[in-house]
Design a protein around this ligand. Structure first.
Ligand code: DLL
Length: 438
């Protein structure tokens, strides 16, 4: 068991007693509610309709009186309807692309950026980064929060930042090698792509000084962590965040790698039953709802993230008092329903990675044949498997189909494809094509 860490000034809020934390949360929540009620017509209208006045919120325990905010609210008020400060005080916008039309826009004041950067610095400290690290930021720079969020955090920490942004894989590999990069920030699927391409180009991953990976922005599995760590000398950490709340750095894993700690002094988490809205106790799985406690430009009260997880207050060996969230494997809305069975893409990944010789590159295709849902999974396999006899490949295919059936209860037609043939993403992986007519 590792010994507890002692707080340095920047991470001191990670180690507050739960009573101290609740006092901070209550005070900040009251401030948030006042700002939102005074400046955001949508919030004021909802609170008035529910008969809740700002003064009814005396402490964090009153949070459940507040109405929820949803992604639809952000869409309906596009672009600036939820901004609670004069536009002149906004110093940056970010936006996240949705599946439909217009993006979701988020705004930050200078103080909001300072809070976000502090959360990112605390995240990096959790992973053991210091000013001596050379950090390659391979999340996309731009409206996506990944690049600039990680960049600001690493720079404020005093590390040397390599602002590579996403894409141009060969140049990424060159920078990693030539600059002696010690830590990388990117999506886990993009890191796997870097590993693959690097191997093709003769990169000896174990000889590189790369020791830390800060991976997030999409669901990934423990099996994927094992693959990454086995093929390199780095420790892979899970970082969670979403644009509506800040960007990366809402929650981050410590060196115990036992699920991300949520920065509860800035972001108040609740778990609700997604159907009824009822608040669930710690350890119960449900939808994560987050309230920003110190956001001036765009306060988010009880924002429904659609991410499915559980909160745990079990002590962590690092000594932090911040609760942790369980690794997010799914959203309430990326769920596919196939022949009546609920399926999350992460279940397919888990099933594949149980079979030796598969690569965590896969694509799920759902179609409808004579009104019946059919599921196909294209799976990349290692060159050894792909070059095998037809009989051996068929047996291998059957093995994967069996594994998928055991994990998901569904039959899938597995197609084996040659290494490096499925399209790679430089950001979040696109795992599903749904061709069914709805
Ligand atoms: O993905 C922010 C981010 C950038 C987080 C870089 C981590 C690293 P959005 O584009 O708004 O923001 O997407 C947010 O991505 O609601 C989750 O569904 C998913 N997500 C983010 N991090 C994780 C993670 C950024 N570690 C949405 N595990 C969220 C699983 C994640 N899903």
């Amino acid at each position: 068991m590792p010994s507890p860490e002692s707080p340095d000034p920047i991470s001191a809020p990670d180690f507050l007693s739960r009573d101290e934390l609740r006092a901070v949360q209550g005070k900040r929540l009251r401030g948030m509610v006042e700002i939102a009620h005074a400046n955001v017509p949508l919030t004021r209208g909802r609170m008035d309709a529910a008969g809740v006045r700002p003064e009814d919120i005396r402490g964090i325990e009153d949070i459940a009186l507040l109405p929820f905010t949803t992604k639809q609210d952000l869409r309906d008020t596009y672009p600036f309807g939820l901004v609670a400060c004069p536009l002149g005080d906004v110093v940056r916008f970010h936006a996240s692309s949705g599946t439909t039309g217009k993006p979701i826009v988020v705004a930050y004041t200078r103080e909001d950026l300072a809070v976000w950067t502090e959360a990112m610095v605390r995240s990096m400290v959790m992973a053991g980064l210091t000013k001596e690290d050379i950090v390659q930021v391979s999340y996309g720079y731009g409206l996506f929060t990944g690049g600039l969020g990680a960049h600001d955090g690493a720079q404020a920490l005093g590390a040397s930042v390599v602002p590579a942004s996403g894409g141009n894989t060969e140049r990424q590999l060159m920078l990693l090698k030539d600059f002696g990069v010690t830590a990388i920030c990117c999506t886990p699927s993009y890191f796997l792509h870097l590993m693959d391409r690097g191997e093709q180009l003769g990169v000896d991953w174990k000889a590189l000084p790369l020791r830390k990976g800060i991976f997030g922005a999409e669901p990934w599995t423990e099996a994927m962590r094992e693959r990454i760590e086995a093929g390199t000398r780095l420790k892979a950490f899970d970082i969670y965040g979403l644009s509506e709340i800040a960007g990366p750095g809402v929650a981050m894993e410590c060196r115990c790698q036992a699920g991300p700690h949520i920065f509860e002094d800035f972001f108040y988490p609740e778990i609700i039953d997604p159907k009824t809205g009822e608040v669930l106790p710690d350890e119960a799985e449900g939808e994560l709802v987050i309230t920003t406690l110190s956001k001036r430009a765009m306060p988010m009260l009880r924002y429904r993230t659609r991410d499915i997880t559980a909160l745990t207050s079990a002590p962590c060996a690092c000594g932090r008092t911040l609760r942790r969230i369980k690794r997010i494997g799914r959203r309430s809305d990326d769920m596919l329903i196939i022949r009546g069975v609920n399926l999350f893409p992460s279940q397919i990944e888990a099933a594949l990675l149980q079979v030796e010789g598969t690569l965590p590159h896969y694509h799920i295709i759902v179609d409808s044949k004579r009104d019946l849902d059919v599921l196909e999974v294209q799976v990349e396999v290692t060159p050894g498997v792909f070059g095998d006899t037809i009989g051996a490949m068929e047996r291998f295919q059957a093995k994967i189909e069996k594994s998928i059936e055991v994990v998901t209860g569904l039959h899938a037609a597995v197609t084996l494809v040659a290494p490096h043939t499925l399209q790679r993403s430089e950001g979040k992986a696109k795992r599903v094509t749904d061709r069914r007519k709805r």
